[in-house]
Design a protein around this ligand. Structure first.
Ligand SMILES: Cc1cc2nc3c(=O)[nH]c(=O)nc-3n(C[C@H](O)[C@H](O)[C@H](O)COP(=O)(O)OP(=O)(O)OC[C@H]3O[C@@H](n4cnc5c(N)ncnc54)[C@H](O)[C@@H]3O)c2cc1C
Ligand SMILES: *[C@@H]1O[C@H](CO)[C@@H](O)[C@H](O)[C@H]1NC(C)=O
Ligand SMILES: *[C@@H]1O[C@H](CO)[C@@H](O)[C@H](O)[C@H]1NC(C)=O
Ligand SMILES: *[C@@H]1O[C@H](CO)[C@@H](O)[C@H](O)[C@H]1NC(C)=O
Ligand SMILES: *[C@@H]1O[C@H](CO)[C@@H](O)[C@H](O)[C@H]1NC(C)=O
Ligand SMILES: *[C@@H]1O[C@H](CO)[C@@H](O)[C@H](O)[C@H]1NC(C)=O
Ligand SMILES: *[C@@H]1O[C@H](CO)[C@@H](O)[C@H](O)[C@H]1NC(C)=O
Length: 591
């Protein structure tokens, strides 16, 4: 799990620890060191009155805090991800708002007379309007030894944007956007061409709209809520157009970032290069607070969108043969310019008495206008599926004049992402080599066959690598998991539970994921071969350092020690988080 190299590095770090003792735990509300009301007011003044005391959004639906009108607003918005992103007292996933270790939660589903526990919702929020607000909040947290949480949209699947007993920095309102034809990075004299600079709070639809207005496009993800400059790009950022131009972080030209000492600085390939390296793939909430990022933009191109469905009767073992053939076909579809997603439902009820197993794929082919050309790529697969027998196939395709119209029609139609529930993921990156090997697709099929598929439960395959993602490995030096350069599919599934599920039953679901299901996914290519995408992975991922960063981990760990020696920025399963307890409240090493 942990490489010998890493162990030796951790040992060195322990020896090099400062002589004067570092406070073992953060200052908590019950401690004498907790800032006084006067001190909080002083912070409030420095950030122009943008400090708020925070309760979980559903508090207005419980006990003494109950307020019928306010509770109705919260109830109406409970499943609106865009609303949730703007609320200091909300994350996106109820499980990461709660703090099961202390049995603290504040579910809207629970009865009015239930206690509303603060859980992992921050106690105060600095609702930042500017980089200077962020600098003040960072200095205050550092000076007072506080647990800091950075929330952009709250969408993190691993609980990185909520933290118990913390001060939150909410970046949501930082919506500045600037588009230029000739971006010259600070410290350089050479133009990098057309680019867009976005504030920390800009969300994906806002980014797409801004570039579309200028008849340009940009490499980013598929979501109404996710923030382009926060956890998304700092975790690497995959895109349905990855094959065309690479990962989002491959196209980042410059970051403005507030570091642990409160300095606002520029990180690009000319200055603070180590930070620039780490901010592209090293994970959010770890190296500083990014206040803005500059991304390359690209010219608009047409796109052919191709939908291909594979269906059998549920329970027919031939579904798994079809699953293997689909994966064996991915390299040629991807080499042919396709990237996108597939959704697998091994147990999908279509009526009270009849269920099917199905894979629904949606692939994008930029710079193509000919449906026939794309269809040709799928003909060998169609022939193989016919040979299996019992497999129904169907296809449909739509040519779009631009990437923007593809994005708004096919990828982010509607207004909100599905939210307001619980989610725990299991995921793995799988290599192109696996799909090209004679028995690889079959082994992958056997692994997925051995997972328990409840009615409607699904796996999602992301064909977001290959092409430019693979090629950029030779030209872009960044912290992203090197496995991305070999990957062809990022596969995940999720488990959920309801507000009524006891902490013990939740723990059992999580334990089965980490102890049984992840090992099944991991066994296909061997423990240290590929790993997982840190933004869409299990919140309790065993050996997360190797899984999320592979050989890059030791370098990331030392950059973390350089820029944040006291561990002000700790995010769950982030670089350096192994030195802290799960809540990030007390140091566990060096002892
Ligand atoms: C519906 C949906 C669709 C998605 N689609 C994609 C996709 O297409 N491609 C993809 O790669 N991922 C995708 N993701 C995963 C997404 O990248 C992660 O959830 C990511 O963590 C979201 O980042 P955020 O800043 O919006 O969220 P948050 O939860 O607010 O933040 C995530 C992490 O980044 C930190 N952070 C936030 N802002 C800053 C900042 N300014 N400076 C420093 N740290 C910061 C937080 O502290 C936290 O650690 C998707 C997720 C969802 C729910
Ligand atoms: C911060 O100041 C504003 C404006 O003066 C005030 O409305 C708000 O309640 C203050 N916040 C806190 C936590 O006291
Ligand atoms: C956990 O909290 C809930 C809601 O406040 C309560 O009903 C339940 O009894 C608690 N469980 C335990 C084990 O303390
Ligand atoms: C948009 O850009 C494309 C590609 O550069 C170009 O072909 C097209 O004419 C432009 N459209 C408009 C309206 O400017
Ligand atoms: C897609 O559908 C068209 C029209 O029904 C058909 O001619 C073609 O062979 C199909 N392609 C594949 C790969 O199945
Ligand atoms: C594929 O399945 C989806 C979901 O059932 C459906 O909406 C779509 O129309 C199907 N495509 C074809 C070509 O039948
Ligand atoms: C654990 O996961 C496996 C694979 O999905 C499943 O078959 C098994 O039933 C699960 N066990 C429990 C106790 O949930």
């Amino acid at each position: 799990m942990i490489s010998p190299l890493l162990l030796s590095l951790l040992a060195t770090a322990a020896i090099a620890a400062p002589q004067h003792p570092v406070a073992k735990c953060r200052c908590r509300p019950s401690d004498n060191c907790w800032p006084s009301t006067k001190e909080w007011s002083a912070l409030n003044k420095t950030i122009n009155g943008n400090l708020v005391a925070v309760r979980p959004v559903a508090s207005v639906c419980h006990q003494a805090e109950y307020n019928a009108d306010a509770c109705k607003v919260v109830t109406d918005n409970w499943k609106d991800s865009v609303w949730r992103s703007s609320q200091p007292g909300a994350g996106q996933w109820e499980n990461w708002e709660a703090w099961p270790d202390r049995n603290e939660s504040c579910y809207i589903e629970s009865a009015q007379d239930t206690v509303c526990g603060q859980g992992r919702i921050s106690l105060y929020s600095a609702i930042a309007q500017s980089a200077s607000d962020i600098q003040h909040a960072v200095r205050f947290a550092s000076r007072n030894n506080l647990r800091l949480a950075i929330k952009n949209t709250g969408h993190d699947f691993l609980g990185r944007s909520t933290a118990p007993q913390s001060l939150q920095i909410l970046t949501h309102n930082m919506k500045d956007i600037k588009i230029v034809d000739d971006f010259v990075p600070k410290g350089s004299s050479k133009s990098e061409g057309p680019a867009i600079t976005i504030g920390a709070g800009v969300q994906l639809p806002e980014l797409y709209q801004a570039v579309a207005k200028r008849n340009r496009t940009v490499i980013a993800g598929s979501s109404h809520t996710v923030g382009a400059a926060g956890g998304y790009i700092q975790g690497g950022g995959h895109s349905p157009f990855g094959h065309w131009k690479g990962l989002a972080s491959d196209n980042a030209l410059e970051f403005q970032v507030v570091t642990a000492d409160g300095t606002l600085l520029t990180a690009n390939s000319h200055q603070n290069k180590d930070l620039f390296w780490a901010l592209r793939g090293g994970g959010g909430g770890t190296f500083g607070v990014v206040t803005s990022v500059t991304l390359r933009t690209f010219e608009e191109v047409p796109v052919v969108v191709y939908n291909f469905n594979i269906t059998t009767v549920a329970g027919d073992p031939r579904f798994w043969d079809a699953f293997a053939e689909w994966h064996a076909a991915l390299p040629s579809i991807n080499d042919g310019g396709g990237s996108g997603y597939y959704f697998g439902l091994p147990n999908m009820p279509v009526s009270a008495t009849f269920s099917v197993s199905t894979i629904i794929s949606l692939m994008m082919f930029p710079e193509k206008t000919s449906i026939a050309e794309v269809d040709t790529l799928y003909q060998p697969l169609a022939a193989k599926l016919q040979q299996i027998g019992g497999v129904q196939i169907a296809n449909a395709s739509i040519p779009f004049p631009t990437m923007s119209s593809t994005i708004f029609t096919m990828l982010i139609g509607g207004t909100s992402d599905s939210t307001g529930g619980t989610s725990m993921l299991a995921s793995r990156l799988y290599s192109k080599d696996l799909m090209l090997s004679p028995d690889g697709p079959g082994r992958l099929a056997n692994a997925f066959k051995s997972i328990k598929w409840n009615p409607f439960s699904e796996f999602i395959g992301h064909v977001v690598a290959g092409g430019a993602v693979a090629a950029n490995g030779a030209t872009v030096d960044s912290a992203v998991n090197p496995a991305w350069r070999k990957a062809i599919s990022h596969l995940l599934f999720s488990r959920t539970w309801t507000a009524g599920t006891t902490p013990a039953d939740q723990a059992a679901i999580i334990k089965n994921m980490t102890d049984v299901e992840i090992p099944i996914l991991r066994s296909v290519e061997g423990e240290n071969q590929m790993g997982a995408y840190l933004n869409e992975a299990n919140g309790y991922e065993p050996g997360f350092q190797a899984a999320f960063w592979g050989a890059n981990y030791p370098r990331l760990y030392s950059i973390k020690q350089k820029w944040d020696p006291k561990g002000l920025f700790i995010s769950r399963k982030g670089v350096g988080s192994e030195d802290w307890d799960d809540a990030g409240l007390c140091r566990t090493s060096p002892k």
